[in-house]
Design a protein around this ligand. Sequence first.
Ligand code: NDP
Length: 322
Amino acid sequence: MHAIQITETGGPEVLRYAEVPAPTPSEDEVLVDVTVAGVNYIDTYYREGIYNAQTPFIPGFEGTGRVVHDPKGEIAEGSLVAWHHAFGSYAEQVCVPRNGLVAVPDDFPTEIAASMLLQGMTAHFLSHGVYELGKGATCLITAGAGGVGQLLTQMASSLGATVYTVVSTDEKEEISYKCGADHVFRYSDGLGEQVRRFNGGRGVDVVYDGVGQSTFFESLEAVRPRGTVALFGAASGPVEPIDPQLLNKHGSIFLTRPSLGAWTAQEGEFQMRAQAVVQAVMDGDLKFNVSASYPLEEAEQAHRDLQSRSTTGSIVLRVKQD
Ligand code: NDP
């Protein structure tokens, strides 16, 4: 089969289109033909070697496609499914853990099915779990026009929270307002100062920071005393270790570094979050913006675009015609 293979970690150029052996599913897995694969920031961390995988490896975690073979015979051949955690998804075939499969209705838009779970469930656990937003709550979201950012803004807004976002361009500002942001800021002006200007000097209840290195200390400035900073990613690079006294200085604030893995680990939690996302899409309450799709061979360009901040919403790789 064809796949994107990484033989040594590095820049986008290490993503090579290659002919590789098809994988064989274990008893706990199901083999699927991939139609479309989701592209996520975490894929760049593996490509760069920030997260470790043994080389050679096929990157990617997320996608949609049709079941080819279930060793246990429980899932019918041809069933349309989506997943968010099958390492090696930038390929024509991948083995998906049986308990990580979500059934997809036949009329569901394919590119949305390929990119809804990882970013959608992340937005869900951040807004419904890490800090339970509701009427009267205030939050700040970094990269408001990004994949997670657009979904988190919509969820926060529909829960009744006042939503502040930060973006880098006019185009992204417009997108973020369309998602329901109440005020959209730019990075350059000091996030703490901007937030306080709008909310009576108080600071927000929670900052959702997926940008990391370049915004982290500003996030600490923007949160209210005893509020929460959820550092959920590192698009600008990882944050250096900090002195815990800093949390005291900002008013006994809570700092968490949450992951989707931990927030879907409890009994029934993965299905609950996945169903919430699928249902919200079907009801028209959650709009996905798949802003770019590339043929599998052009994974390199997809990563270049994602890391140069030129994308908005989600991006995907077209693998096979369904
Ligand atoms: P995005 O679509 O949000 O892309 C990243 C965005 O970050 C860019 O568009 C850009 O928006 C902003 N950014 C700011 N500084 C930089 C920089 N120096 N280089 C690149 N981008 C920068 O990506 P995703 O939606 O895929 O992911 C968003 C974050 O969420 C990532 O950090 C990812 O790791 C994290 N994540 C965490 C999960 C978890 O379980 N903890 C699960 C899923 C995602 P702008 O130009 O407006 O600043």
